[in-house]
Write a protein that binds this ligand. Structure first.
Ligand code: TNX
Length: 507
């Protein structure tokens, strides 16, 4: 009997269940194809089922790459006798393998795959996850594991937020004092940490194996208190706004003071001393070295919440840094505030709300800024905070997380939004993609990361990958399919949030 709707997330472009018996996965099935993909499939199937296939020319599971179709697309066919996955490229083949793993079902006949034909391709080019390693630091193993689980949902970008008021997290040989003096602590006085150049290479190598691009971010001109610990002459005195005092009252951590590590969670008080030759030399060193260390096309320059920077200085900074990055041969990415000042071609990252983009003066300004990126030939990454900020509490009584983005973000809210309707005047073709973000003010451990990222990352994954209009693209359809991912997540040791919105069953 054909399976009605298989538990696939993100849902593929076209799924055709076939009549006919399922494929029984037995240890003698064997697999053939490109070496990396064969190894990937063997590992993924072993992790899920305990069955370790062998690589043999005469195999019943065939993998190949044929160069036909959109980037990252694939075709998958299963019948009683054989499985074939054909990728347009190596990334497409890897996505097909992830789909195959989601199709595996355990029953009386052991592990089987339903007879099925799937044709699939992503809706958006950019499907990302941002991890803030500045508010709390996470070691390489946590990051590589997250890469694996994000790639399983067909994400293809890892954005690392590598610096903030609380710490600088990447060693640079041009500026060794940054990690010597500004990486020792995290929010709440927790231990800090940093990546060596070798660690950074290891993260990139792992991401590359998973067909993911790493985008590193050095945030400025705000979010730079830590820079002043290493180089006092580069930092302006903290600007203590009423908003900063409110945050100090609500969350503690003390008032930021120059030269002292900051362990609270207020934002918007720090600024580089723009216009000085020292700052210009610093930025040239930092972005120059980062460009050399990073094989991917993008460098993120931050640009958010610079409340301690005068408008003219802010514009000068954004213009200068985005030109610097462009001259280094990379494409700059910036938070949406930077729109009016960024060099042509800069990608804008939107972090406003899904539903608050009309009406207020601030919303109108944000919209105008996003259009500026597009006018300059850049595109837009959508990270609406009340849908894809994974640091928002999943429920009011959840132990971890913040609530500023319009209260808690349920799984349903993380799923119910449509990119092409998020920002007036930003059309489908202006959108590079979707990126979920895990800020880590309240997130301290790998277990915390799991509990906040899963299951809501799956919503962002489906919104970034799946076609907008499909019968399965409903909240009810999604929550049922999402429940089907539970057993695989449990087998992989992911401590996901067992949200009561999802019919998890025994998984
Ligand atoms: C806003 S969104 C920030 C971050 C915080 C986050 C907490 C954005 C570009 N900036 O500095 O960590 O809220 O949710």
């Amino acid at each position: 009997m054909p399976v009605a709707v298989p538990a696939l997330v993100p849902y593929p472009r076209s799924v055709s269940p076939q009549d006919g018996a399922p494929f029984r996965l037995t240890p003698d099935a064997a697999v053939t194809g490109p070496t990396d993909a064969v190894a990937d499939l063997i590992e993924a199937i072993a992790a899920r089922t305990g069955i370790r296939l062998t690589a043999e020319a005469d195999a019943r599971i065939n993998l190949d790459v044929d160069g036909h179709g959109a980037p990252e697309s694939y075709r998958l066919r299963v019948d009683e006798h054989a499985v074939r996955i054909t990728g347009a490229d190596a990334a497409g083949l890897a996505h097909g393998i992830r789909t195959l793993v989601q199709l595996l079902a355990a029953g009386n006949a052991g592990w089987t795959l339903p007879a099925i034909q799937i044709e699939d391709a992503p809706r958006f080019t950019h499907r990302g996850l941002m991890l803030d390693v500045a508010r709390h630091f996470f070691p390489v193993e946590v990051v590589t594991r997250l890469i694996d689980h994000a790639a399983a949902l067909k994400l293809n970008v890892l954005h690392l937020h590598l610096s903030d008021d609380q710490g600088w997290r990447l060693a640079l040989s041009s500026r060794p004092e940054l990690v010597e003096r500004a990486a020792g602590t995290s929010v709440g006085g927790d231990p800090g940490g940093h990546y060596t150049a070798a660690d950074y290479r290891a993260i990139i190598a792992h991401a590359t194996r998973r067909h993911m691009t790493v985008i590193p971010e050095f945030d400025g001109p705000g979010h730079t208190h830590a820079v002043g610990l290493a180089y006092p002459e580069l930092a302006a005195a903290p600007t203590i706004t009423p908003g900063v005092l409110d945050a100090v009252r609500e969350f503690g951590g003390g008032t930021p003071a120059a030269g002292t590590p900051y362990t609270g969670i207020a934002v918007g008080f720090s600024s580089l001393r723009i216009g000085t030759p020292e700052v210009a030399a610093f930025l040239a060193d930092v972005f120059g070295e980062l460009a050399t260390m990073t094989p991917g096309p993008y460098l993120h320059i931050g640009g958010d919440e610079a409340h301690g920077t005068a408008d003219a200085d802010y514009a000068a900074y954004i213009g200068g840094v985005t030109r610097l990055v462009t001259d280094l041969g990379k494409v700059p990415v910036a938070w949406h505030e930077a729109g009016a000042a960024a060099a042509p071609g800069t990608i804008g990252q939107y972090w406003g709300f899904v539903h608050a983009v009309t009406g207020t003066a601030e919303a109108a300004e944000t919209t105008a800024r996003l259009r500026e990126f597009v006018r300059g030939g850049g595109r837009v990454i959508l990270s609406p905070a009340d849908a894809v900020y994974l640091d928002m509490k999943p429920r009011a009584d959840a132990p971890l997380g913040l609530t500023w983005a319009n209260g808690p973000t349920s799984v349903e809210r993380s799923y119910r939004w449509e990119p092409s309707r998020a920002v007036p005047g930003v059309r489908e073709s202006d959108i590079l993609g979707v990126e979920a973000a895990l800020w880590t003010e309240t997130i301290r451990t790998r277990e915390d990361v799991d509990a906040m990222v899963f299951p809501r990352l799956a919503s962002a994954a489906e919104i970034g990958w799946s076609p907008a209009e499909a019968p399965e693209r409903t909240w009810d359809g999604f929550r049922t399919r999402l429940a089907g991912l539970g057993p695989g997540w449990t087998a992989a040791g992911i401590g996901f949030d067992r949200s009561p919105e999802i019919p998890w069953g025994e998984a």
